[in-house]
Design a protein around this ligand. Structure first.
Ligand code: NDP
Length: 493
């Protein structure tokens, strides 16, 4: 831990760099529109403990950041550089939506960069300044206590002096017949993950925004044809994105059309029933895959009834700050931004949230001596101590057949390095392999062994299968937390 912090000076430097207006707000001014904000004494009265007694609590962090997309990572970089003890809980999809994008052309300063490379650079920069990362999922936040009590799926309990929520948003679904039935069996929200399974096939992309164009472009090198289904009579995507659709005879755009039903042969999608929302005319379109790119829903369920949200579940912040309705809790990125939803904007709001958090701590009596006490306290990361994993790599049908024939229970994880949710599950999978000696844990890299994936009819990743005495007994096509993974495996035993 870093115990030699020049907290006061660095916070002042960071704040000064934002200019006089924000400088004054950091040290004395509060947003009077916040229900919980008032004078310094009233705020202290709301918080039941004196900051001087903080050392009596275990697992105390100065700033806890929930989420590891551009907003969370930029916040982490600023907090850590300000010598605040900064912990990032990465969540179920570390890196967030950028990990599912290919090239990004509008990240400031990088004319063309892979989404995953942007995330890696942000992560490394934050880590270099001392931010710590925990691969876990927050399950509960007690916002009535202070320090805020944050519980994770693995049972970690963290006391946070301030919180930055950067949990982003998840892809929206259609809610039509057949969508759940054929989820990951022809229905997908991630072209970058699944395009390789649609080699030479015909697919539909639903949506008219930038994501729909992006998904189309990711599919194009693999598929025979993409039909872009747009419910309005125009695309919402930026003109520069729309230009990317031009000039390919492998793309057809159909306007004013929506999906009514997704149809299949029980194992996989083979058609969709579509209707023209002007004429009402319906038709069946034979198709091998349906890729949804119809927007996102903010990940705010753990904060429901705890923080002010709008009618769609976006956390309400109070511009020009990133303050939420609870002092000490800030939100940044797609979880609060229903309008811009750009990685660059998310990063900027993460930086604002970091400066707001630093100012909040300063206002509440945080100083170098307290910072040092917190730094020198317990090492909560010990619960995640790394032990060797027991996972077998399979790269051929012969090895696969031998493994399931020779062992009672075998679980196989099909993955690829370009699939962020697969990679996020990997440490959870490895961790479980240490605690379930009766189960053989195996994995197949579908990039290195595409034939094996094809032979086993794997059509989407992440994909897990459990074999008992050589027979397939269970499978799953979705990213799982460690707890969900354990439940999934135990249910099949
Ligand atoms: P958007 O909200 O911009 O677009 C969603 C699209 O899905 C709209 O065309 C919408 O139609 C359509 N839609 C919504 N619900 C349905 C439904 N039930 N049936 C059919 N169509 C539906 O979301 P995106 O994910 O495309 O983009 C989000 C943000 O991310 C944007 O700000 C975008 O600019 C950004 N982005 C940037 C990228 C880049 O620069 N490389 C790549 C991807 C995203 P309607 O228009 O009728 O509402």
């Amino acid at each position: 831990m870093n115990s030699n912090r020049k907290f006061w000076g660095l916070i002042a430097c960071g704040v000064i760099s934002l200019g006089v207006v924000i400088l004054s707000s950091c040290w004395s001014v509060r947003d009077s529109s916040l229900p919980h904000s008032s004078s310094a004494s009233a705020v202290s009265a709301e918080f039941p403990i004196d900051i001087q007694t903080i050392a009596h609590y275990s697992n105390v962090v100065d700033v806890l950041i929930i989420g590891s997309g551009p907003a969370g990572l930029s916040a982490a970089e600023y907090c850590a550089r300000n010598k605040l003890k900064t912990v990032v809980i990465e969540g179920i999809n570390p890196g967030g939506q950028l990990m599912r994008t290919s090239y990004v052309e509008n990240w400031p300063g990088a004319p063309r960069a892979l989404g995953a490379d942007i995330i890696e650079a942000l992560h490394n920069q934050a880590a270099q300044f001392g931010a710590e990362f925990i691969s876990d999922i927050v399950t509960e936040v007690n916002v009535a206590a202070w320090p805020f009590v944050v519980t994770t799926e693995s049972g970690l309990v963290i006391h946070a002096l301030s919180i930055i929520i950067a949990t982003g948003a998840n892809p929206r679904t259609l809610g039509v017949e057949g969508e759940q039935r054929y989820w990951a069996a022809g229905v997908s929200t991630c072209a970058i993950c699944d395009a390789a399974f649609y080699e030479g096939k015909n697919v539909i992309v639903v949506g008219g925004g930038d994501s729909a164009v992006e998904e189309t472009m990711q599919l194009l090198p693999h598929v025979a044809h993409v039909t872009l289904l747009v419910r309005k009579k125009y695309l919402r995507a930026a003109p520069s994105m729309q230009e990317r659709l031009e000039g390919s005879d492998k793309i057809t755009v159909i306007y004013n059309t929506e999906i009514e039903k997704i149809l299949g042969d029980e194992s996989h999608v083979n058609a969709v029933q579509i209707y023209n929302n002007i004429s009402g005319e319906t038709q069946q379109l034979p198709i091998d895959g349906v890729f949804l790119a119809i927007g996102h829903i903010p990940n705010t369920s753990i904060f429901k009834n705890k923080l002010a949200m709008d009618e769609e579940g976006y956390i309400v912040v109070h511009p020009p700050s990133q303050k939420t309705s609870i002092p000490g809790i800030f939100a940044a990125g797609d979880v609060e931004d229903r309008h811009y939803r750009q990685a660059g904007v998310a990063a900027g709001s993460g930086i604002k949230a970091a400066l707001d958090a630093a100012a909040f701590l300063t206002e509440h009596g945080f100083n170098e001596s307290i910072a040092t006490q917190i730094d020198d306290a317990d090492a909560y990361l010990d619960v995640h101590a790394d032990e060797p994993a027991a996972v077998t790599m399979i790269d051929s049908s012969a090895a696969f057949n031998a493994l399931i024939a020779e062992n009672d229970i075998v679980i196989v994880d099909f993955y690829a390095h370009y699939c962020s949710s697969c990679m996020a599950m990997m440490p959870r999978y490895a961790a479980l392999s240490r605690t379930m000696p009766s189960v053989i844990f195996a994995k197949v890299d579908i990039e290195k062994s595409p034939q094996l994936a094809k032979d086993l009819n794997v059509r989407s990743i992440p994909h897990l299968r459990i074999y008992k005495k050589g027979q397939l007994v269970s499978s799953s096509n979705r990213p799982m937390s460690k707890k969900e993974l354990a439940t999934f495996i135990k249910a099949a035993l």
